[in-house]
Design a protein around this ligand. Structure first.
Ligand SMILES: *Cc1c(COP(=O)(O)O)cnc(C)c1O
Length: 424
């Protein structure tokens, strides 16, 4: 489906101007909250690795009349009447997703990345099955066996990790654990791994022990769409992803698989784990897939990676310990200990200066590290020179100096003021 390049231009007038006025008249309390959040996003530096700025077109689809529609089931086979436009939206979303990622089948109904993983497990596993996945302290997601999550309660997870020296996934350890535990499934994917994942290596190990391979590619999927990261689609039995993060769509999940698993995956999403699909979100996913197929999006993903490399390099020169020594993606994890702070203190001091990011587990260090990404600032139009500036603001903010914090806050305002995420 053709999409105009202008659809990806974030600096169009905000499609929501008129609706915002209606909301303000009816419910000033919530209107104030939303306006405050808009100001917060525009007024501080958004470095959370999982966040991005969606286009006005995506926002328009989210606020569309499809928000009213019940459409349980799949196109052409719904439990509800009046689904002709809901069907059209979902068919377009599925067609664009399969074309974008070269997959035989796409399910675009999963409410979130976690719901997508739940559905993949439901399609391929039974409670009590053994699953090999990255340990949470090494970068695994909650759905990869956390005791606080359904995954850890219903399946028997065996964790693999990264090498203590290099910070890279230790494929030999994965192989040894796979042969020892004979898992039903191997999961590859992480919330904090900054390097490309070697899907072929995981496929080989899975084949050696007769396991299926689930790629949980929520973070890199946008880079995959833009040709800036290797695709898990040729290697994994099922690929789970979010449509937010680098992919720059609405908050939601998706699954990709071969034709032979299509029906099992669809039934695992609905009716097994979900009821009615969120059709406004599915329309917004279609819009985002259309944008991601444009040459402008490929260039965007290249800039995201170039910015992450520039920022990692500048932070390393400032003294932070960059996990794996750099990045292949949008994502950087670092230990700020050489600057005399741990991740929690770093996050608080940076937040006071208007620099927003996360802490993360450090597989072998004490305390926590920091995790940041360049998807959002690149959507705003920032480039490599701005990354040098951000690194300088970073180190200034990390000093325990209240005068300095105020100065850095003003400089952050000046920087982001030049790159407004939305006009109007
Ligand atoms: C973000 C992420 C998820 C979860 O996505 P939600 O939409 O927050 O549920 C799952 N797995 C990985 C690897 C992720 O990065």
């Amino acid at each position: 489906m053709p999409v105009t390049a202008a659809a990806a231009d974030l600096r169009e007038p905000n499609a929501h101007g008129a609706d915002a006025d209606v909301l303000r008249r009816q419910d000033p309390q919530i209107a104030d909250v939303l306006a405050g959040e808009g100001r917060r996003q525009a007024d501080s530096l958004q470095l959370i690795a999982a966040e991005n700025f969606v286009s006005p077109a995506v926002l328009a689809a989210l606020g569309s009349p499809l928000a009213n529609k019940y459409a349980e089931g799949y196109p052409g086979a719904r439990y509800h009447g009046g689904c002709e436009y809901a069907d059209a939206a979902e068919r377009i979303a599925v067609q664009r997703a399969t074309a974008l990622f070269g997959a035989e089948h796409a399910n675009v109904q999963a409410h979130s990345g976690s719901s997508a993983v739940l559905a993949a497990y439901a399609a391929l596993l039974r409670p009590g099955d053994t699953v090999l996945a990255m340990g949470l302290a090494h970068g695994g997601h909650l759905t990869h066996g956390s005791p606080a999550n359904f995954s850890g309660r219903w399946f028997d997870f065996v964790p693999y990790g990264v090498d203590a020296e290099s910070g890279l996934i230790d494929h030999e350890q994965v192989r040894v654990l796979a042969h020892e535990h004979r898992p039903k499934a191997i999961v590859c994917g992480s919330i904090s791994y900054p390097r490309h994942i070697d899907y072929a290596a995981f496929r080989e190990i899975a084949d050696e022990v007769g396991a299926c391979l689930i790629a949980d590619a929520a973070h890199p999927m946008g880079l995959v769409a833009g040709g800036s990261a290797p695709s898990p689609v040729p290697y994994a039995d099922v690929v789970c992803a979010t449509t937010h993060k680098v992919l720059r769509g609405p908050r939601g999940g998706m699954l990709l698989c071969g034709g032979e698993l299509a029906e099992r995956i669809d039934r695992a999403v609905s009716p097994f784990t979900q009821g009615g699909a969120q059709m406004h979100t599915i329309a917004a996913k279609a819009v985002a897939f259309g944008e991601a197929a444009s040459p402008g999006f490929a260039a965007y993903t290249r800039q995201v990676v170039a910015n992450a490399r520039a920022l990692a390099g500048a932070l390393a020169r400032a003294g932070l310990l960059i996990t794996t020594g750099g990045t292949d993606t949008h994502l950087i994890t670092a230990d700020p200990a050489p600057l005399g702070v741990d991740g929690r203190i770093a996050r608080a001091r940076l937040a006071a200066a208007g620099i927003v990011l996360d802490t993360c587990a450090l597989p072998y260090g004490d305390g926590r590290g920091i995790r940041l990404g360049t998807a959002a600032v690149t959507s705003q139009g920032m480039g490599a020179a701005d990354m040098e500036r951000i690194a300088a603001l970073f180190t200034a903010a990390l000093r325990d100096d209240p005068d300095e914090a105020g100065k850095v806050r003003a400089e952050v305002r000046e920087l982001v003021g030049r790159y407004p995420p939305y006009r109007g």
